[in-house]
Design a protein around this ligand. Structure first.
Ligand code: PMP
Length: 370
């Protein structure tokens, strides 16, 4: 093996931030873990049963690339009932991540610009690089709301995509209807592809979730079952948008992922009938608990998903996290998700006693600089 084997694009994908956290965390025994990016409860029983049953029924071969018919029909009906767009078609992808990769590869030419909002979900940068594009960051500090004027002035002739995520990972912020509409209108006016990552759409605690697809019928919506039904390992997502683009994405899915895992698609079909509102309510309560306990911290966003993006009360985000890890609390420095190193992300998708232990450590750390 020689370095020559490794492609240029891999050198451009820099995963050092998250690796440093794993290195720091490697020596922790039984940490108070508030770093997890998925629900803390197991996949609901009926979904697990549907998966097992699908295997027993022999659904173990490839499915059609676009997904199994009953799931497609179910999703398409829900989408048609919500949007009434003649040209909006859905397909089943290998997780939300799979659909994100296909969308960016189908849209981005080398040198094209992809607008993302800082702080961003880690994958956006790397997938844009993979597609040969260039990320253009729009700063959303300190309140993590979208400033449309900033977006407008960031648009150039090379802008191909706006990649939008509400509720957001890592901030938990939910965009206002005005911002969502403004973004949708701007994308239409400038002929820019608007990708809306809606994987946390069920987790909205203050206001109703609004998709930009409501205002722009060309919006590419990416969603999935990973978070809503705690099925991150099943790898089932879906994507809907204008038919001509969906066809291009399917062409690439055929020759990359081939299909989403077949038995997991039957599990996802069952998930469509499993009500998760009690779990969402639980997360609202956990969020309320954390916000009340951490009232001395500067926390903005936090209206959705299951993350808090907290300003470090002293030092950089990285310094603060290093001290938290020394005290056995695992959280993630904001620099993993941002050009700034001023915050940390914590996930409240954890048992109550873990949250209580985490809060105690954070309260001690608040005033006691290392
Ligand atoms: N988008 C966002 C904003 C996420 O937080 C995640 C998971 N952490 C994903 C996409 C990917 O989810 P999936 O498991 O469906 O690939």
């Amino acid at each position: 093996m020689s370095q020559r084997w490794i492609s240029e694009r891999m050198h451009q994908i820099d995963a050092s931030g998250i690796r440093k956290v794993f290195d720091l965390a490697a020596n922790m025994t039984n940490p108070v873990n508030l770093s997890i990016g998925q629900p803390h409860f197991d996949t609901p029983e009926p979904i697990k049963a549907a998966f097992k049953n699908a295997i027993d029924q022999g659904y173990n071969a490839y499915s059609q690339t676009q997904g199994i018919k009953p799931l497609l029909e179910r999703l398409q009906k829900e989408i048609d009932d919500s949007y009434h767009h003649d040209d909006r078609k859905v397909f089943v992808s290998s997780g939300t991540s799979g659909a994100l990769m296909l969308a960016l590869c189908a849209l981005v030419n080398p040198g094209d610009e992809v607008i993302v909002f800082d702080p961003w979900f880690v994958m956006y940068k790397h997938l844009t690089t993979l597609a040969g594009g260039k990320v253009v960051e729009i700063d959303t500090y300190p309140d993590f709301q979208i400033d449309l004027d900033k977006v407008r002035s960031a648009v150039t002739e090379r802008t191909k995509v706006i990649l939008f995520n509400s509720p957001s990972n890592p901030t938990g912020s939910v965009a206002s209807v005005e911002a969502v509409k403004g973004l949708a209108d701007l994308a239409a006016e400038k002929d820019i592809a608007l990708i809306s990552d809606e994987i946390y759409h069920q987790f909205c605690y203050e206001k109703e979730f609004v998709s930009p697809a409501r205002f722009n019928d060309q919006t590419i919506v990416i969603d999935g079952f990973s978070k809503s039904h705690s099925m991150t390992g099943h790898r089932v997502g879906y994507c809907h948008g204008p038919q001509f683009l969906i066809q291009q994405m399917l062409k690439l899915q055929q020759f990359t992922f081939v299909c989403a895992p077949h038995p997991a698609q039957w599990a996802a079909l069952k998930a469509c009938d499993v009500d998760m509102s009690a779990e969402v309510e639980q997360y609202r309560q956990k969020r309320d608990f954390m916000l009340a306990e951490l009232e001395d911290y500067d926390i903005r966003g936090s209206d959705g998903a299951f993350y808090l993006f907290v300003k470090a009360p002293w030092g950089t985000g990285t310094e603060f996290v290093a001290e938290a890890i020394a005290r056995n609390l695992l959280i993630i420095p904001g620099s993993v998700f941002s050009s700034r190193d001023t915050h940390f992300r914590l996930s409240y998708a954890a048992e109550q006693d873990t949250l209580e232990r985490g809060v105690e450590i954070l309260k001690e750390m608040r005033n006691h600089k290392k």
